[in-house]
Design a binder for this molecule. Structure first.
Ligand code: PEP
Ligand code: MN
Length: 263
């Protein structure tokens, strides 16, 4: 089996000319969901200006209710790819089921596996076969062992790279949407060579908490951040309250670099 454990330090995952976990902190930014060509273009422009290297955005969204906005699918993938290419960004987006992995892999540079499907083994195997590196969100109540077990499915299935992403756990606390687990970032760092990103947006649940959580994650040893940002959060079709305004991305990037330089 593929050995993911060991304390020899981070082994970077290469995506194009980017090395995630290669020493420079990496920022992935963009809307929760791709909603229109203009929206994703505005987000890509702001992301690139802030120094982000990846554009995030959902084409297929794992929503709580079937009546909730499910994403624009292939149209969203096309718009996001074009916006990313215009601004020299790489694309990271979620594949929700095994059937969509090949389509997502055709348009994206990194396949995201969401928290809700972290242990969907048929999805993990399909994502691994798609030929793209995979960003693996931690499940809402997954232990580090379970998270690394899921990563092992990807590595054993032939994924050319696996990037972990801590996005907060379900807890008793209601003042945040989820509880960002900075402890598991530090613990994972001691156990595996996989790069680790942090998503401060979903645990924050509201804009004002995103940057403090981002700083905490970097201080705990994360190799970068995956953040939601939207040109007009009040009109966002999902996760608007936690979306950064586009002109906040530069401040976030500067704080990320400042904290990173001090750890
Ligand atoms: C997302 O990144 O938009 C998302 C759905 O994340 P998670 O799977 O962590 O909830
Ligand atoms: Mn979201």
């Amino acid at each position: 089996l593929v050995e993911l454990e060991g304390d020899e330090g981070v082994r970077p995952v290469r995506v194009g000319d980017l090395a995630i976990g290669g020493g420079d902190l990496v920022l992935a930014a963009g809307p929760c969901a791709v909603e229109s060509e203009d929206q994703v273009e505005a987000a890509a422009l702001a992301a690139a200006r802030s120094g982000a290297r990846l554009l995030r955005g959902g084409a297929y969204k794992p929503r709580t209710r079937p009546g909730d906005f499910q994403g624009l699918g292939l149209q969203a993938l096309r718009w996001m790819r074009a916006a990313a290419d215009r601004h020299g960004l790489l694309v990271v987006t979620e594949a929700l089921d095994p059937a969509s992995c090949d389509e997502v892999a055709e348009w994206a540079d990194v396949i995201q596996i969401g928290a809700r499907t972290m242990q969907a083994t048929s999805l993990l195997k399909a994502a691994a076969r798609s030929g793209r590196p995979v960003l693996l969100k931690r499940g809402l109540s997954a232990t580090l062992d379970e998270w690394l077990g899921a990563a092992e499915y990807l590595a054993a299935g032939g994924a050319p790279g696996v990037i972990l992403c801590e996005r907060g756990s379900r807890s008793f606390e209601t003042s945040t949407r989820f509880s960002l687990d900075v402890g598991v970032i530090a613990a994972a760092r001691l156990r595996t060579h996989l790069p680790i990103l942090a998503d401060p947006s979903h645990p924050a649940g509201r804009r004002a908490l995103v940057r403090p959580l981002a700083r905490a994650a970097i201080a705990a040893g994360a190799d970068g951040l995956l953040v939601e940002a939207h040109p007009d959060p009040s009109c966002a079709r999902c996760d608007g309250p936690q979306a950064l305004l586009l002109d906040e991305l530069e401040d976030l990037a500067r704080e990320m670099a400042d904290v990173g330089a001090s750890v």
